[in-house]
Design a protein around this ligand. Structure first.
Ligand code: MD6
Ligand code: FE
Length: 222
């Protein structure tokens, strides 16, 4: 009993934080997590490497590689003109399916994924000291949901309001395998990563240090 229903599992039910913002703890199986970590190791081989984007002259502590479209502050391009000018890797078909399944799982609506075709993913890597300041994801023309997956070390995620970076906000932990969806009235909520808890990744995730976060989006571009 204590291993089948751990305290951790019982303490972290799926929930909707505000309308359209859904957390599904432990959505990805450990096998799926380690398979995605293998993909990540390939993505960072290029043609565009993992890089710290520069925001107003300052390098972010998080490093990112993109699929489908390249994000740079504050636009999407096919080529990574702020890195090495190469075209980013194609958005993988399996990730479109995964994104659709994620929306169904998060909302409980079997049709929630029917019209969802994400065309870009920002794949972030956090080392022990990386953080991400409070921001809105608003460089997309489309207001389709953002699907976020976490693998590796647990982090503290700050989920705020749509008005500004300040309170009200809620701090929640995102652990390896967790799914978070930002949609509907919460699509433009401010959010950030306040800290990573080093050494908390499950060994079988395939990531022995750091945290990977994948956010899929619909750019609305062609
Ligand atoms: C992260 N996530 O989890 C950063 N954005 O490392 C995001 O910035 C994010 O989790 C939009 C929607 C969901 C997210
Ligand atoms: Fe974001």
């Amino acid at each position: 009993m204590s291993t089948l229903f751990s305290d951790d599992f019982l303490d972290r039910p799926s929930r909707e934080l505000t309308p359209g913002a859904h957390l599904v703890p432990g959505w990805l199986t450990i096998e799926q997590q380690s398979w995605i970590v293998d993909q990540f190791r390939q993505w960072v081989q290029g043609p565009v490497p993992l890089r710290a984007a520069k925001v107003r002259g300052h390098e972010m502590s998080v490093r990112t590689v993109c699929l489908g479209w390249h994000w740079q502050p504050y636009k999407y391009t096919r080529r990574a003109t702020d890195v090495n000018g190469s075209r980013v890797l194609d958005f993988p078909g399996w990730m479109v399916s995964l994104g659709r399944k994620a929306l169904v799982a998060a909302t409980g609506d079997p049709h929630a994924g029917d019209d969802y075709t994400p065309d870009t993913a920002l794949v972030n890597y956090y080392d022990d000291i990386a953080r991400m300041g409070m921001h809105q994801d608003k460089d997309e023309i489309s207001l389709a949901p953002v699907v976020s997956l976490s693998i590796g070390d647990t982090c503290q995620f700050r989920f705020g309001n749509t008005e500004n970076r300040n309170q009200p906000y809620e701090n929640i932990d995102l652990a390896s395998g967790d799914l978070f969806v930002f949609g509907g009235p919460s699509r433009l909520a401010y959010h950030g990563i306040t800290k990573v808890y080093p050494g908390t990744a499950p060994a079988e995730s395939g990531l022995d240090r750091g945290r990977i976060n994948i956010t899929m989006r619909v750019t609305g571009m062609s």
